[in-house]
Ligand binder design. Structure first.
Ligand code: BDR
Ligand code: CA
Length: 314
């Protein structure tokens, strides 16, 4: 099995990603880190705990991470409802978060991975604050990270929070800069990829049918995700941003990518958080990021059905 850590800010699509990852037999989820993003940290932490209970994966430790972006004032998500989970009511979590800070958990896990010679894969579904802080505290942890697979940025696509910028990048562009200027192996699932995987009302109906004991809350989360913006997405529904990270980790052969160096704008108000790819080697810096631009969407949906149908009969 593949050792992974999931760093997230649930968030409806984060929640769907977690529910997919929980039942993937190939993954050994070492822990879930939470961060300020779609909601303030106390809420993303609570939501992560609630989702581990829904998925019956309270064996996975959940850690509270950074309360604020590195430098900017926090911004929060717009499409996740008051509670960050589409206003679906979940019982107050029984499970307690760990006392260790998420950044220390990341550092400890990477150091352990170096000792065991078994590097971990980091799945980052929110702003990059925790990982950037860990890298600033202990750059040596890079040797314990096999790959960072993250959702963020927009290349040929326009932004989704501003004209130029995707939410996770805009929420903490300085952290994104720290990560992209490191020498880590990075794969990004940008809007260019996630906008190819629109969860339509027809899909939602099918997921409700297959997902057994989680079908009601899952159906509510998914129904809330409908952006009703046909001009942008080509149909009703919403993009499955964060679950695509999990799909990539499980089945990279369903995706196509281009390699480039990535830079993140953190100085301009107009373009704050914009991701800029050096497609043609203008910067003189080595290409270190695999930017996913092609997705076999029908097969990715089949993978999601296969995963979420594991909740039927368990
Ligand atoms: C990203 O922003 C958040 O609102 C989603 O959870 C996703 O991680 C998409 O831009
Ligand atoms: Ca997210």
């Amino acid at each position: 099995t593949l050792p992974v850590i999931i760093d997230c800010d649930p968030g409806i699509d984060d929640a769907i990603a977690l529910l997919c990852a929980f039942v993937a037999p190939q993954l050994n989820i070492l822990g879930i880190c939470t961060v300020c993003g779609n909601q303030p940290l106390p809420n993303t932490l609570r939501n992560a705990l609630q989702i581990t209970e829904l998925g019956q994966r309270t064996d996975i430790p959940v850690f509270a991470g950074c309360h604020q972006p590195m430098f900017r004032e926090p911004i929060h998500g717009q499409f996740h409802g008051e509670n960050g989970l589409g206003n679906t009511a979940f019982p107050a979590p029984q499970k307690q978060p760990e006392t260790l800070h998420a950044v220390n958990f990341l550092i400890n896990s990477c150091e352990q991975a170096i000792r065991d010679n078994q590097p971990v894969t980091l799945c980052v579904l929110g702003p990059l604050t925790n990982l950037a802080t860990a890298l600033r505290m202990k750059p040596q942890i890079a040797a314990g990270i096999a790959r960072v697979v993250l959702m963020g940025g927009a290349y040929h696509e326009a932004g989704n929070r501003t004209m130029t910028s995707e939410f996770n990048m805009l929420a903490d562009p300085h952290a994104a800069h720290v990560v992209f200027s490191s020498e880590l192996n990075i794969t990004v699932l940008p809007l260019d990829a996630t906008h190819q995987v629109i969860l339509t009302p027809e899909h939602v109906g099918k997921f409700i049918n297959v997902s057994g004991r989680i079908s009601q809350p899952l159906g509510e989360l998914m129904a809330f995700w409908d952006r009703n913006d046909i001009r942008r997405y080509g149909s009703r529904g919403g993009p499955l941003h964060d679950p695509l990270v999990i799909a990539y980790v499980l089945a990279p052969e369903l995706f196509g990518s281009e390699k480039a160096r990535v830079f993140v704008e953190y100085n301009s108000e107009l373009c704050m958080g914009q991701t800029v790819a050096d497609w043609y080697g203008k910067s003189g810096q080595t290409a270190n990021v695999d930017i996913v631009t092609r997705v076999d969407a029908p097969k990715v949906f089949m993978l999601f059905y296969e995963l979420l149908s594991r909740y039927a009969g368990n």
